[in-house]
Ligand binder design. Sequence first.
Ligand SMILES: [Zn+2]
Ligand SMILES: [Zn+2]
Length: 826
Amino acid sequence: MNQQVNDRFDPQPVDARWQKRWAETGMYRTPTEPGKRKYYCLDFFPYPSGAGLSVGHGRNYVPTDVISRYRRMRGDAVLHPMGWDAFGLPAENEAIKRGIHPCETTTQYAANYRRQMTAIGCSYDWEREINSSDPAYYRWTQQLFLLLYQRGLAYRAIGQQWWCSTCKTVLANEQVESDGTCWRCHQPVGKRDLEQWYFRISAYADELLSALQTVDWPEHIVAMQRNWIGRSEGVEFEMQVVGREERFSVYTTRPDTVYGMTFAVLAPEHTLLDSIVSPDQRQAVKVYCEQSVRRSEVDRQQSGRDGVFTGAYAVNPVNGAHVPVYVADYVLASYGGGAIMAVPAHDQRDFDFAVRHGIPVPVVIAPPGWEGDGLEQAYTEPGTMVHSGPWDGMPSEEAKGRIVDWMEQEGIGRRTVNYRMRDWLISRQRYWGTPVPIVYCDRCGTVPVPESDLPVLLPHIDEWVPGQDGRSPLANVPEFVQATCPQCGGPARRETDTMDGFACSSWYFLRFVSPDYAEGPFDPDALAGWGAPDLYVGGAEHAVMHLLYARFWTKVMADAGLIPFREPFPVLYSQGVMHARDAETGEVRRMSKSAGNVVTPDEVAAAHGADALRVYLLFMAPFENNTVWEEEGIVGARRFLERVWRLANAVVGGRTARGPGDGPEDTELRRIVHRTIQRVTEDIEAFKFNTGIAALMECLNALVGYHSANGVDGQLTEATRTFLLLLAPFAPHIAEELWQRMGGAYSIHQQPWPSWEGAAVTRETVTLVVQVDGRVRDRVDVPVGMPEADARELALACKGAQRHVDGHTVARVVYVPGRLINIVTA
Ligand SMILES: [Zn+2]
Ligand SMILES: [Zn+2]
């Protein structure tokens, strides 16, 4: 062993040797019995892209690996699995681009991800690897679809749907970006009428919102979900169309402004529009509605000023006023019934519209100090009620509730809660997804495929690229379409749409507890043992889709008595975004394939080793912060590991016969080591990996200093072993190698995590003799190793010294650390 002692740190052979050994010895196999100290550590389910992993992904996977390794050393039963979100639009679009069947690309890319993850030392239990495009997996996605169907939570409806003509598919609201473009291809999207499958997520809106209080998530992600659900309380009331039978219902969150209504607006999709429009306005309304259907929702909401008078009037039920009814597309059919009362003085879009159309703008909420003048813009803050009949003079915030009470008493209106969140549209006219397990029979109608007939297999077909007709390519496969009705045995047609990929990722965390279980989506006993993930880590881009859908499915399964918890991810952490500098311009941009600035973990590991990459990723910034990849940083991380290498090899080479306790104990060395154990432990627990590494760096300095002062002895040997144990979760390869060289048993990753002693962490004290002009005047207790400036201040402040220094000038102070301090007066 000694011939290796002074060699240079060459990380590649070290990485390769231990990665191989860990795999061979099944180091990261999950214990079958989780027991009391179980720890389920989960990363977001990645879709394997052809671009492979960038170092940015390492900001997700390395921290969870540190936690997993640390937990194993703490003696916990750790489940740290990985799998592939292989079905869905991203994978299919990439396969289209490359002209390769998605079944092949998915397999290739997953293998590449797995190789890269192994190369950076991720300690996943690969025996539990899952793939959502595997029939053994999606059979259960289909069964869970049937569960939703049986519970009335999956339904089919015709509706106007977002349609991406580039991806040739329907999109959920969540998949349309705020600029009205498709979330995958970033092309503008339009709308069309289609019969689609929906999941009734709105049935869980209240709990999805209120239970956010129970989860330990980053505040910004909670806020995004809360806004997405968009709960508002208000009042719904009917407006009678003047001179006609028809009435329409409006919803408002501002009942305090109801006396200021000077017009009403219907969405172009409103079903009543056709019957109330006056003959002379019919043509103008028709043209307007045709135009607005082609505009995106976002576009519609932003340009709030155009619209057309319908020729009809409606009655404001609180004061009997007749107000004109307009059609305008800033009112969405999907919100509050598609009709609004317009109060231009107190709503900016209504204000803009009124100014454009010459409609009066009467103030009904007076701003503080208001003198009856007109408004420059809408006043949307609270104020005092005016021109509001019996409510005049009342603070508007108080009037809000009182007016609703009164409207309910009078039978004019009713309190209503509204949500911005719509039901989840899951039909995709695409090949690469889980087939919807439904058949259509002329005699029986919509019939679910019996569970015993699952899976409905996705056939392997060559013509899988979506055509121009907007139908799923499966519609062109007669063997797939033709089915037998499970109810009457007659001929039936199979549903050819596949499910949104987010259905697959809504339950995958349950599959990992028993990935090969054949009797159901998961083994109930295994799930009882492992429970929900104890830690979930991933990027903020999934704040409203995946994280909301998985919560919804979890609640449905809990209500069906299938699982013992209602929140899938009680603890969530979200890493910052990795940026990179452009080599030529120096411009900092998000690291991405499209920006052309991707740094791969492979190239970094090849140049500097997996451990240097890991240490740099952890040390570069606090976990949740956005960061910039800098070449100097990786070099710095490597230098740190080289110093560790030299120290440990020096300890191996210069080992003396003495064990710990042979010489006088160095309390300072002991203090530093125990303090480091405490700091690293607390920092890992708190997700403060950067300061944990800083603590290791400081500790290394102390060990190197001790080595140069005292050479190798038993105390340094023990301290170095402890140091390696603390380093192991962060830099597993070098720690394993040096541990072995120091004579430690395989594997360092199975050693108990060191513990610290409280007494050792607090500095020990010594009694310092205080002299004035060479004569002992006092004694003070000070910590070992107190710096001169502190000792001097303390000595000058003590009573014995003050009495004798009083009136004299201090010429100088002599400090003998740990023994005495002598104040010399002039
Ligand atoms: Zn698209
Ligand atoms: Zn039938």
